[in-house]
Design a protein around this ligand. Sequence first.
Ligand SMILES: Nc1ncnc2c1ncn2[C@@H]1O[C@H](COP(=O)(O)OP(=O)(O)OP(=O)(O)O)[C@@H](O)[C@H]1O
Length: 814
Amino acid sequence: MARGPATSLLRIYASKKDMSKVRALLLNQYLSSFGKYDRSESQNPPFRPAFGVPNRPFSTSLINLARSKFPSQTPKCSGFETLVAKPFSSIVEDGNDDSVSSSALVDSDCEYDADVGKAIEFEHVNDNPACDSENSDKGVNMIESEDVNGGAHSGKSVGYKHVMHRNPVELYQELRNAEKGVKLRRSDWDTLQEIFRYLKRSGWASDQALAIYIGKAFFPTAVHNFQCFCFKRLSADIAGYVVSLGPSDAAVKFLFPIFVEFCLEEFPNEIKQFRSMIESADLTKPHTWFPFARAMKRKIIYHCGPTNSGKTYNALQRFMEAKKGIYCSPLRLLAMEVFDKVNANGVYCSLLTGQEKKYVPFSNHVACTVEMVSTDELYDVAIIDEIQMVADPYRGFAWTRALLGLKADEIHLCGDPSVLNIVRKICADTGDELHEQHYERFKPLVVEAKTLLGDLKNVRSGDCVVAFSRREIFEIKLAIEKQTKHRCCVIYGALPPETRRQQATLFNDKDNEYDVLVASDAVGMGLNLNIRRVVFYGLSKYNGDRTVPIPASQVKQIAGRAGRRGSCYPDGLTTTLHLDDLDYLIECLKQPFDDIKKVGLFPFFEQVELFAGQLPNVTFCQLLEKFGENCRLDGSYFLCRHDHIKKIANMLEKVPELSLEDRFNFCFAPVNIRDPKAMYHLLRFASAYGQKVPVNIAMGMPKGFARNDKELLDLETKHQVLSMYLWLSQHMKADTFPYKKKAEVMATDIAELLGQSLTNANWKPESRWTGKPKPQEKEKEDAYDRPRSLIKLYNKRRNDKSLKQEHSEKITAW
Ligand SMILES: Nc1ncnc2c1ncn2[C@@H]1O[C@H](COP(=O)(O)OP(=O)(O)OP(=O)(O)O)[C@@H](O)[C@H]1O
C-alpha cells in the first residue's frame, strides 16, 4: 500500500531508543527554561511538548489577551474585561480556549471541581484580616471623622468618572509609587475592609486569577497582601471611588486588574511554581501527543452495530488481506481467538499480550491486547475491537491511545453506536477521514416472556444461565446438575483465558453431556459460543458497596450472545429466571444505546515524571492524587479512575528502592487488589526487584485438581500470581525475572487443572473474602435479593402503562 512521504519519515524515528534520547534532550530544555522564567511572555515563549508531553499554558494567557486588546500598553495588561479562565479537570466545549462564556464564570464558586491551588502549601490566612489589626496598629491612614471626598459611600460613583476609566496599569503604578495614602474615615475604612473581603470570596475573581497562575489556595493570601498594599497607598479619589461602589461585583471588577498587576510583580515565584505544576499536568489536546500519526492521513472505518452482526468478521477480512496489520483486543482471550483464526486461514500472525509473546516466523500481522499496541510501528490495517470501551472508567485510556496514536493507513473500529458521536468529534480534531458502516443483527433477538418461572428445572440444552457473582454461579451449577440431567460448563472473569476457552469448547461440542453454560458477565465478550438462549438468573449485582441494577448496555451485550450465525442456534432467545425481572430485561433491550460524551485518558510515565519534578517530597500515591486534582482536560476526555493504582502505590511505599518509573510500571501489573495473597506476592516481587536480586516465583505447584471450593480458589490465585510474574517479566528488566519459562509452564498446567476442577465441581462455594459478611451479603445467602429500586421502578411503570407485550408468548426486542 502506498504511503505518503510523512509516513516514511516517521519510520526513521520509530526506534524507542531514539525517542528516549529526544525526550531527554527536550526535558533538559524544559527544565532549564524554568530558570529563565520571566513574567513577560515575549522573553519566555511557552514551553512546547517534549516527547509527546502536552503543554499548553493555562488558558489563553491573561497577559496575551490584554496585550492583544491593548497592544500599545504592553508589557503590562490593562483595562481588560472578563477574561476566560479555564478550570482544571473542567468541561471545555470543543476544546476551544475561549468557548466558556464569561457570564458562566461570574460568581461561580461551585462551578469547578478542582481546587487547583491545593498543591502548593502557603501560609494560612485568616479571613479575619490580619491586615485589619496591622493597619489599625500602625494607625494606617485612618481618621475618625470626615468621609474621603465627602462621604462618597452613599452609593454614588458619579463624581469618579475620571477614576473609573483609568488604565489599571497606570493606577497600579500610581499606587506603587505613592509614599502615603489618604487618611480614611472609620466608616470608609470599614467599607474597604468589606470590599476586600468580598474580593477574597469572589468565585469569579479566584477563577480569573487562575489565568495568571494564582492558584485557588494562594488566592486569599494574594488578596490579603493586596489589601495591605492598598490600605497604605490609596489616594483620595481611588479610595473614594472604591468606597462608592461598596462590597459589590463592580468593585471587584474595578480592583481585579490592579490586583493582577500587583500579583505579577509581587509573586513571580509562586506564579512560576504553580504554572510549572499546571503545565506539567496538562492533558488537553491529546491528539497532539502523536505527531507522527497526525502527519498521516488515516482512514477510519467505524463498524457500528449490536453484537452478533458481523462487524469483527468484516474488519478481519480487511486485516487478513493487508500486507501488515494489527488487531487490538480488549481481552487476552479474544487476542488468542483471532491469533488462532488468522493463522488457521493461512495468514501468519503473532500474538502479543501483557503476559505472552508468540512470534510466528515471517508474520507481518499481530493480534495484541489493546494496552500492548505499538504507536511506533507502521501498519496498513489496524482493528480496534470493542471501541465503546474507550469510555471504560478504568481502561478507556488504552483505547484512546490506540485511536489517537496508531500509525495505520486504515483503522477499523468495531463496536456499538454509543461512542460514534465522540469518535466523529475526535476524527474532526485529528483530521482523519471517517467512514461509517452500520450493521443490524443477522437475526433479531427474541425475548421469551414465559421465563423459567423461578425454577432451574426449566433449563434446556443450549442455555447459558448468567449470574453476577462467583458464588451464585456455583450454586446454579450445583442446582442444575442435581435437579436435571444437564451438565454445566462454567465461565467467569477470574478464570484464565485458557480455561475459559476450554470450557467454551466443551460447551460448543455437541458430542458430550455438557450442554448448559453457567457464566458471569465475562461471557459478554470474546468467546465464540453456541448459545440458544441467554437466561438471566438475576439482573442486579453487588458492586462492593450495594446491590445495583445491571446497566442496560451490559444486559444487551450479554443477551446478544444468544444465537450465532453458522452455529446450530442461529436464532437467539433471551429470558429471565424470575417473572419479576422480565420487564427490566425488555426495558434494557429496548433502550437505545447511550450517547457517550467523554473518553478516558491517563498520563504517560513521561507526563507523571514531569509533574513529579514539581512536587519532589510526596509519595507516588500522593503524586497521583495531586495529578488528578490539577490536571486539565478538554471536554471530550475524562481522567481514568486510578483508585486501584493508588492502592498498589501505597503498598509499594514499603519498598524504598524503587525508582519512579518502576513504581509506575508495578502499579499497572494485573493484580486483584482485593486478594491479599496476590497483593502479598506483588509486594514480594517488587521488594526483590528493588534490591536487584532475581525475583523468585516461590510458589509450589498444586498436587492435582481442586476437590473443594477452597482448593479451586487457591488454583485461581496461583494462576493470577503467575500471570503477574509473566507480565512483570515483559514490562520490567527481563533479567530480574529469570523464571519466566518455568512460570509459563506452571500457568499452563494450572489452567488445565482449573478446567478439570470445573468439570468435576459439585460443591457449595465458599466466599473468597474472609471476615464477617456484610449484613446485605448475609441476607443474600438465603435467597436471591432483587434490588428494590428495580421492583419499585417497574411496578410503577406497570401501573402507569400496562406493557402491551405482557401476555404475548414471544416478543421481538431487536
Ligand atoms: N459474512 C459472514 N460469513 C460467515 N460468517 C459470518 C459472516 N459474518 C459474520 N459471521 C459469523 O457470525 C458470527 C458473529 O460475527 P462477528 O463476531 O463478526 O459479530 P460482531 O458484530 O463483531 O459481534 P461481537 O460484538 O460479538 O464481536 C461469527 O461467528 C462470525 O464468524
